[in-house]
Design a protein around this ligand. Sequence first.
Ligand code: ATP
Length: 287
Amino acid sequence: VGVFYRPLEKIAAVIETYPRGIAGFRRYQELLATEPEIADAPDAVDAPALKGDIRFEKVNFAYEGGRQILDGIDLTIRAGETVAFVGPSGAGKTTLLALLPRFYEPTSGRITVDGLALDQMKLNSLRRQIGLVSQDVFLFGGTLRENIAYGRLGATDAEVLRAAEQAQLGPMIATLPDGLDTVVGERGVMLSGGQKQRVAIARAFLKNPPILILDEATSALDSQTEREIQSALDALAVGRTTLVIAHRLGTIRHADRIVVMQDGKIVESGQHGPLIAQGGVYARLSG
Ligand code: ATP
């Protein structure tokens, strides 16, 4: 029995740990080998079921030995809000959101969720409540069902099927020789970029976290696929605090709030219309 359960334990550990740092944030590849990089404080508590009220208070950050990347970030996000982060490449969007699952610690300042400082919570109990949908999805050489179930260990077949449908994988599954039991990845059916993204979305539906981080794909998808994925993501965001790292501006027009970053600072924030009218950085990025 011990031997049988081993691989499951390994996967469970992986789901709770996430890969290390920004590279890992974007790529799940290396994740099988990672150890939790931050030890819990001796008095850390299990995070309660979070609502997802997030506050960044005077947050500064520099990578080890490097220049300052985040400079005095103050930001309050209400539970259930969808906030899109935009700005030139290198502005610090990804770095800011990587602080939330604690891939890195702020150099100074504080981040709280529901009033609890991140470092007061046990890391695993925090990360269990944060979903991550990124452009680089880690697929292993098992069936599509196993790849989706990776979102939450112990999910039933019915739950996996439902998540697949929520991620709009249904039509694709119908074309596969063995449906959900088709082997995908290296030795199986190769999935397209759009299909892989939907697997990531299905995993997030299964995980059902109160906080969601979406690292929008930079790779081009055809416009039909893009619309389908956007509608699956919109459905996924409902009822969750959703932070979107936006690489294209078209998809975030309807965000509750757009936060514009430049050189590690928040330089503007608001909704699309008023930001355009303001004629500042966002308006220039949109032009
Ligand atoms: P993009 O839109 O290109 O994804 P971004 O706004 O998300 O950009 P970040 O990825 O947060 O920006 O990068 C901000 C800065 O931090 C960049 O100058 C980048 O080179 C640097 N940086 C990112 N990761 C690391 C790291 N692991 N070590 C050192 N510097 C890093």
